[in-house]
Write a protein that binds this ligand. Sequence first.
Ligand code: BGC
Length: 428
Amino acid sequence: MTAKITIKKAVGVMALSAALATVPIAGQAGDGVPTGEEVEVLHWWTSGGEAKALGALRSTLEAQGVAWKDMPIAGGGGTNAMTVLRSRVMSGQAPTAVQMMGFDILDWAKEGALADLNVIAQAQGWDDVVPPALQQFAKHDGKWVSAPVNIHSTNWVWGNKALLDRLDIEIPENWNDFIAAMEAVKAAGYIPLAHGGQAWQDATVFDGVVMATGGPDFYRKALIELDQEALTSDTMKQVFDRMSQLRGLMDENYPGRDWNLASAMVINGKAAFQMMGDWAKGEFLNAGKVPGQDFVCFRTPGSQGTVVFNADQFAMFKVSKERQDSQLKMAQAVLSPEFQVAFNTVKGSVPVRTDVSDEAFDVCGKKAIADLKQAITNNTLVGSMAHGHAAPAAIKSALYDVVTTYFNGAWTSEQAVKLLAAAIKNAS
Ligand code: BGC
């Protein structure tokens, strides 16, 4: 067994060297002559914390003589980025690499637009170290078509520790305690819940509330299997009731606010909590805040022991021959253990390689890594609806519409339940 692995790895390394041999690496280009290598990267990592994390990849590649052409398209959840991408590809100008999630990757793969990364994947043993839950969105027809970057999850809450301590508020264990804690914050004159009213943010909160209310079996039935009975159940009505409770705990300026500005409200102590994926931690870190000391992280109360995940990947498009080496170098850099640590400690996410130690991670990062491991073992890991890992784009956007319209106060919970089930049926 051991011998087999060794041979496989040795063959992999040879294949990798052969794959990358055609272009000189940094320091070998000679006389400062540019190598002509370049990657054009489309992404939506535009907040302070996100840009800092991405900088780790840019500098790794630049050190290898690969120039970085940046194509940032603001908008969390990536909806805007996916629209721009479509028009680029239509006009025959596909970028080298595109930040992408879940079902969107499979859609582009089915269209035949993505490259074959198997030579690098085999050399670095991606099959052995990337969790199967991610592989299902990174491979098509036996070929790796995208390079997984990180594992985020959406069922998190971020809290300002000084404010919570001052008000004598403990980390809530269940939904009622969470609401009671936020009522106490309100009574003390602070904003209980910082939020930005944008469809993808509303849906991100919805992910966590569905999990906290119905647990993993219900989440799967309703949001992954799209089972009409689950979608029209009393549990789903309770989910909407809870969304409405949350809306009452936000300040009146929430519509349209960017997620990182909502994070800033918690960082500055104006608000007590934010319900947001762990990319929010990147903003706290970027502001010099320390987890456990300045801020706390905990799972959406009621969803402890579960992980609602979304993984960013770089989907690699078919590019001209002279760009292929740069593309493979980028894929290789992304999956290297060093980059996985450098990037994910800053971004707030978990490495995509299960063989990377949690040593360099802070207390929230260590918890995220441990939670993921436990959720894989206990089968309580599910894909995020809000971030493209539960259902294809058409269904995701049907859900966005219903959740956001409800959140803006248009309907009762009963109406929302019926409209959600109907919208999902139509989009399926
Ligand atoms: C991505 C994160 C990103 C967040 C906000 C999510 O869809 O997975 O990487 O930080 O959007 O931009």
